[in-house]
Design a protein around this ligand. Sequence first.
Ligand code: 6CS
Length: 312
Amino acid sequence: DTWRYAFEEAMTDVQGVYAQKFKAEIEANSDHEIQLFPYGTLGEAADIMEQTQDGILQFVDQSPGFTGALIPEAQVFFVPYLLPTDQEHLARFYRESKAINEMFKPLYADKGLELLKMFPEGEVAMTTKTPIKTCSDLNEIKFRVMTNPLLVESYRAFGATPTPLPWGEVYGGLQTNLIQGQENPTFFLYSTKIYEVTDYITYAGHNNFTTAVMANKDFYDGLSAEDQGVIQKAASVAYEHTVIYQKQAGETELAKIMEAKPEMNVTVLTEEERSCFKAAAVDVENTFIEMTGNSGAKIIAQMKADLAATAH
Ligand code: 6CS
């Protein structure tokens, strides 16, 4: 069979690197083929999710930034400062976490999805047209966020005017001044040329970009145990390949931005400058618990335990 797999980024971005490795593994170990659909070929993140739930696609990579609108608990990834920025710690965490690998599965299953893997894409940076040193610098800024309520709450707590938009509207929105800021990992700022329409890159250490790969659940459940095994193994092999690739990309892509735009201003906020963002994080965590109740409370507690267990 030919299986169709769509993702939210270009073939050479982190999600594309994962998808290509997954495809190569499946094709080397079975008679099946994978057809890859990068960003832009089948629509926005919301469209490829719908197509997967409808069974038109067999696999999809959709980030919790969008899935949080469908599965409230997936918004946990937007509690600021919950995740570390250390990529090696993150690689261990997603690999071993009980919250990630056990607790999220039934929540995705309820939406007709078989969760295969979650993986990190790098520390998120804010890019803006004016300097950000503290939360008050975000006042008056219409800041684009992915479409989930907790991320909106997060930027409201930081002091900005959050503006949820699909990815396709971000470059143009910055160009026409509909929005004045957005956040994304460094590799994506480079590959999508977002640096052309913003002048300041600010690292507050508030988040790491998480993404998730899943299969249509009816499709997955209908497969032989052997095919399911091939898929699980491919998902793990692609994970190990991608965490190494993505750590290196996180380290080299800022230099490429500086080469393309030497006048770019890059700031890593000091502990003191981060204090208002950290204070806001407490409110955002409380909002998360209000939105998700006992189920969310259990997940965040388990995530904290898993993060501590993988910290070494
Ligand atoms: O900000 C976004 O919408 C996009 N960011 C990344 C890193 N991947 C896909 C997503 O659509």
